[in-house]
Ligand binder design. Sequence first.
Ligand SMILES: [Zn+2]
Length: 358
Amino acid sequence: MADTGPDAAVWPNDGWLAHLALAPTATGSNGWSEAQTFTVPPGTTALQVQLTAPAGHVLQLAELTGADTPVVPGDWLQLADQPWLYLDGQERVRASAWQAAFLVPNAPQVPVPPGVWRLRAFTFDYDPLSQARTPTATTLEVAVDLLRKPAVTAGTIDLNLCLTGARGITAATAPDHPRVQAALHTVAQAWGAAGVSVGQVRYFDVPVTALDVTHDDGPDLELAALLRLAAGQPPGIPIFLLESVNLQTGGGLVPAAGFTAGLPGPLDVGGPRTGIALALQYDEPDLLGVVMAHEIGHFLGLFHVVEAHAQGETAVEDRLPDTAPTPQNLMYYAPDPAYLTLTPQQGAVALGGPWVAP
Ligand SMILES: [Zn+2]
């Protein structure tokens, strides 16, 4: 157990966020890394683990143990039929390529005990066409952001709108553009009710207009190249407004209203998985505001209240005790502009994470 309390050296940045860069680690040919340990000081309320690979490897959290308490149990990968998502634990984890982040807790029942924590990573390659997954050996950067936000009930997020010129929306026109401002109003309404206010909104021009994503879970050069256009921006959630966003599925390119590259978003503006891509082509009805608010929810660590499922299939619900698997919530898998509701526990997950300044 750690016996030293938080101090100025451990908790810079007004005392609520401390960055730990762990030593790089390697994964073997079975995809597993050696265990790494780090110390979580008393008073820590949440933490975000960030894994970064040098190339397009997919990164997953294979195990996370806090002071001998399993947070992500080390046997889940052996039991899972696929390594992308672990939805059955109290703490959910979702892999992504190049860089992946994991916010702990993402449900109120997940403990964050002080003491020595241990983590292991798993890396694999993914072919979106064959859906083949192959363990890979590589070297990873591992970082942990520790958060100290006791009983926080309010905070702010800054937004970096990255504008492509699609629909005539540029950094010059966006501050007075009715559609953009209506969308920001919807975001402020939805998140404000959960205690998360929109702080600064910044506007940037970026030189792209459309995006085809090979797979929104998979290695994708085009997506990473897009998100890297935010490099050098001040801390804020990068939100790209594109004419169209297309996801590659087994059946070909499917147009989407938007998606977030990371759930949660890594704390790395300009990194390959930090950002949200939204399509402007859906304007009747105009879904820009509700989709922006919904994707910000994923970016801040929220899963759908219920995942899309066919009739007769088991519905996979989130792990929050105060949500219901119904369309009357912003984080329903198909968000409806009529329902911007977030529950107190959804608000608490977002407020506890690194993107919301207390
Ligand atoms: Zn969603």
